[in-house]
Design a protein around this ligand. Structure first.
Ligand SMILES: *Cc1c(COP(=O)(O)O)cnc(C)c1O
Ligand code: SF4
Length: 452
């Protein structure tokens, strides 16, 4: 079963995506349709999200029809047997060259390196299964719970952290499971934030999504409901007026999506995001740090800048989990810290996500930052800014040992002089900002005030 079945839905059969077996048959039939299409020519049903799902590229043969020069076909076929492939025609149209140096290709087409199997990798390093008190629900943090609403996605990301689930079969949560989940949530009123994840919940029909929302809204202790969905990126036509009109009935609703590369931001994805935000739904982004895709600080900066232009707030940048089948995407943690160092001070704070390592053994999300606290004493904290300026922040009087009496000196003698309050700052002499300041010469206090 692909999506929730219940009596209230039988009247809207047309809204139902087909069952997997029907889906495969249709894919076979429709593959001729795709082959008739010239490379970037769009089918008349292009903007119909169900057409996009029914016409996903699922086999190497279909991939070859689309990319006649495709290399390593046998390898791709072998990997797709273990970890399924699905690429929407829309997402495939963003591929510019059929090789792994193309970021869209690398994120969607299987590579032989997925079968590499170092011993420290695991299928479920976050130990989600051990935090699952009822099937389909993960309860790790006190006040939040995550629901696996479906195992289907529009496209299967090669770097998926739930590779053990996503696409292995394409089934949606049953009414029975949903009832169990509601019972658990009722018994745990400390949970106020429910995350509808998967798989990709927006591959379900609008009616099925609404059934889940109705179930969750029947639990009084649930304050906010959020969705994790990649459809704005891989299937933007899924964000229909009908969908957002339904969602906004169940506010407060939040959505997080998953852009990884600036090339994923297109006119269509921009429109999808606009529809979500215009419905009053705050829209965040959760990127994954991927080797040779977005691990260049300049590429990541461009992604973040483009995201805030389409009103998507960068929320998290995830370090790759140690999941089987994704080793070739991993970067050292130092790469994430380097990107954070690069962004701070250079880019609007609104455009800077938190860099997160989701800890093995189910340790949960841990934010990782460059070190900004350089030294501490009972009276002063010594911080550094993005320019390398060192500055001493005096603690409040009376709470700790009082800061030393007397005016601090301008000339510092090392970090220690900041720590004990003898000086207030160590300022790099060659920073851009310093040069900018030299052009501003306040004549007196009142003219300084007028500037603001
Ligand atoms: C990520 C995650 C959440 C949500 O975490 P936030 O930091 O609140 O975004 C909740 N539950 C599970 C199991 C998660 O993996
Ligand atoms: S959309 Fe999400 S769940 Fe689906 S394959 Fe991609 S990362 Fe995994």
């Amino acid at each position: 079963m692909y999506i929730l079945k219940n009596s209230s839905e039988s009247k809207e059969q047309t809204d139902e995506p087909p069952s997997p077996s029907v889906l495969d048959q249709r894919t076979r039939l429709k593959s001729t349709v795709i082959s008739i299409q010239k490379h970037h020519k769009k089918h008349s049903c292009w903007n119909d999200w169900r057409w996009q799902i029914n016409n996903r590229i699922r086999t190497v043969e279909q991939l070859v029809e689309r990319f006649p020069n495709l290399a390593n076909r046998n390898e791709i076929a072998a990997v797709a047997k273990k970890y399924p492939m699905a690429i929407t025609p829309y997402y495939a149209s963003l591929i510019r060259s059929a090789c792994p140096t193309d970021p869209i290709f690398a994120m969607s087409v299987p590579q032989i390196s997925e079968l590499a199997d170092p011993a420290f990798l695991s299928e479920d390093p976050l130990e989600e299964m051990l935090d699952s008190p009822v099937p389909g629900l993960i309860h790790r943090y006190t006040d939040r719970a995550l629901i696996i609403s479906t195992t289907a996605c529009a496209s299967y990301c090669r770097h998926c952290t739930r590779k053990r689930i996503a696409g292995t079969r394409e089934t949606a949560i049953s009414q029975a499971r949903l009832r169990q989940i509601v019972a658990y949530l009722r018994a745990h009123p400390e949970i106020s934030d429910c995350i509808i994840s998967g798989g990709d919940p927006f591959t379900m029909s609008t009616g099925s999504i609404e059934q889940i929302l109705i179930a969750l809204r029947s639990v009084p202790s649930i304050d906010i409901i959020r969705f994790g969905t990649r459809t704005p990126v891989v299937l933007p036509m899924r964000i229909t007026d009908e969908l957002v009109a339904m969602l906004k009935k169940y506010h407060p609703i939040w959505v997080n999506t998953h852009f990884n590369h600036p090339r994923e931001i297109t006119e269509q994805s921009r429109q999808a995001c606009a529809k979500i935000v215009d419905a009053g739904i705050p829209l965040g982004n959760q990127s994954v740090l991927l080797r040779q895709i977005n691990d260049d600080p300049k590429v990541f900066e461009q992604l973040c800048r483009e995201l805030i232009k389409i009103r998507v707030r960068p929320y998290y940048l995830f370090q790759c989990d140690i999941v089987k089948g994704t080793e070739h995407f991993r970067t050292p943690v130092s790469k994430g810290i380097e990107i954070m160092e690069y962004l701070r001070g250079r880019v609007s704070g609104l455009a800077i996500p938190l860099y997160i390592v989701d800890a093995p053994h189910g340790g949960g999300k841990i934010p990782v930052l460059p070190n900004y606290v350089v030294s501490v004493s009972p009276t002063h904290t010594v911080l550094r800014n993005y320019e390398g300026m060192l500055v001493s922040y005096p603690e409040p009087e009376g709470l700790c040992d009082a800061p030393k009496a007397g005016k601090p000196k301008d000339d510092a003698d090392g970090v220690w002089s900041l720590t004990c309050g003898d000086a207030t700052a160590i300022i790099p002499g060659n920073s851009k900002r310093r040069r900018r300041r030299q052009n501003i010469q306040p004549e007196n206090d009142s003219s300084a005030r007028e500037r603001f």
